[in-house]
Structures are given as structure tokens and as C-alpha cells.
Design a binder for this molecule. Structure first.
Ligand SMILES: [Zn+2]
Ligand SMILES: [Zn+2]
Length: 194
């Protein structure tokens, strides 16, 4: 069973924050309706290292347009982001804006009797915006978010944040055999100084 046909079996909840009612929109092609909404972020909206905290406000600016086959939804979503810098693992906080456009076809509109695989449908008079928002956000988020473009990350030897440790931070001796030799040299130097 495909994802789409499984979803069609669950009736959409008209009170769900990301479900839009299209009844106020005239079905004549060219009719348009604009609306703004603030909705709580659904769970798991994000990628591994950065995402939208569940329940925080997502601001939506939406334009619903009647077209021949259905309703074209164009929107902007603004949301807070939290995550971790992929290099230094510092916490990140940011805001994020995503734009999307999606055609929802009328249930009685079938091109040649076959619904396309990835076609989104108006169910009853309702539009489910959540999968659209999810796809948009997940595709747009960086897989390796950075606290700043030139974040130097962590020292591969000791794990210290290189931004704190400074440009001179380095380890001359990584190999334990050299470390032993180095110890001898240090002792000799100390004797000479003393
Ligand atoms: Zn960083
Ligand atoms: Zn180090």
C-alpha cells in the first residue's frame, strides 16, 4: 500500500493546526485567498543535527489559489531552529524561513483516470499542509550546520574547542614512542637550565 493511499484512509482532522479548509475559497479558477496562521511545530521536524523544537511557533503566510485541477498553495513558513554545530558541537539557535508551493488536486479530478503517485489531494474540502511543510523544511535544512562559516571545530587530538584554544594550539607529539623520547629531552633541558 502506498503512502498516499494509506493516508487517504485516515480522515483529516479539520481542527488540526496544519489542516486548511478550502470551503471559503471560490472554486472558480483565478480566485484567491490569503491567510496567516501561527501553528505549533509538529514533532520531529528537522534533520539529525538541527530542527524545529516541537510546539514552538511556526508563522505561516499562505496564498490559496483556485486553478482548474485544484488549489495551488503558496506559502512562507518562519520558524525557530535549534541544533548543534557540526564541527564544534556548540548549541545553535537560529530562525529559518522556507518557501513552498504545492498543488492539491480535487478528489474528482483525475488525469486520464489515474492519480499520479506523488499527487497531493484535497480530502473532503481539506488540505493537509503538514507533509508539505515537513518536506520543505527537511530538504532545506543544512545537514552540517555551523555556528559560523569559519568554525575551526575541535582539536582532533584532545577535543578542545579550537576557537577557544587559539591558532597556536597544537600537539607536537601524537605518537607515544615520540612522547617517551620527548620526556628524555625535557629532562635534559631542565638539567642544563639548573
Ligand atoms: Zn562551531
Ligand atoms: Zn588539542
Amino acid at each position: 500500500m502506498s503512502h498516499e493511499s494509506r493516508k487517504a484512509l485516515d480522515r483529516l482532522d479539520p481542527r488540526a493546526p496544519l489542516v486548511l479548509d478550502t470551503r471559503a475559497l471560490d472554486r472558480r479558477p483565478g480566485s484567491m485567498r490569503e491567510l496567516t496562521r501561527t501553528v505549533p511545530a509538529p514533532a520531529d521536524l528537522g534533520v539529525e543535527m538541527v530542527g524545529v523544537p516541537e510546539g514552538t511557533d511556526i508563522e505561516l503566510d499562505l496564498r490559496l489559489e483556485s486553478v482548474m485541477e485544484g488549489v495551488l498553495v503558496t506559502g512562507t513558513a518562519r520558524m525557530p531552529l535549534t541544533g548543534e554545530c557540526a564541527r564544534c558541537l556548540d548549541p545553535l539557535e537560529d530562525t529559518f524561513e522556507a518557501e513552498f508551493q504545492e498543488l492539491f488536486v480535487y478528489p474528482d479530478t483525475r488525469s486520464g483516470g489515474e492519480a499520479e503517485e506523488d499527487e497531493r489531494r484535497i480530502e473532503g474540502d481539506l488540505i493537509d499542509l503538514e507533509p508539505v511543510l515537513r518536506d520543505t523544511v527537511v530538504l532545506a535544512l543544512p545537514l552540517s550546520p555551523l555556528c559560523r562559516d569559519d568554525c575551526p571545530g575541535l582539536c582532533p587530538d584532545c577535543g578542545v574547542r579550537l576557537a577557544d584554544a587559539g591558532p597556536d594550539h597544537h600537539h607536537e607529539v601524537a605518537d607515544p614512542r615520540w612522547a617517551a623520547l620527548r620526556g628524555l629531552t625535557d629532562q635534559r633541558e631542565e638539567k642544563q637550565e639548573g
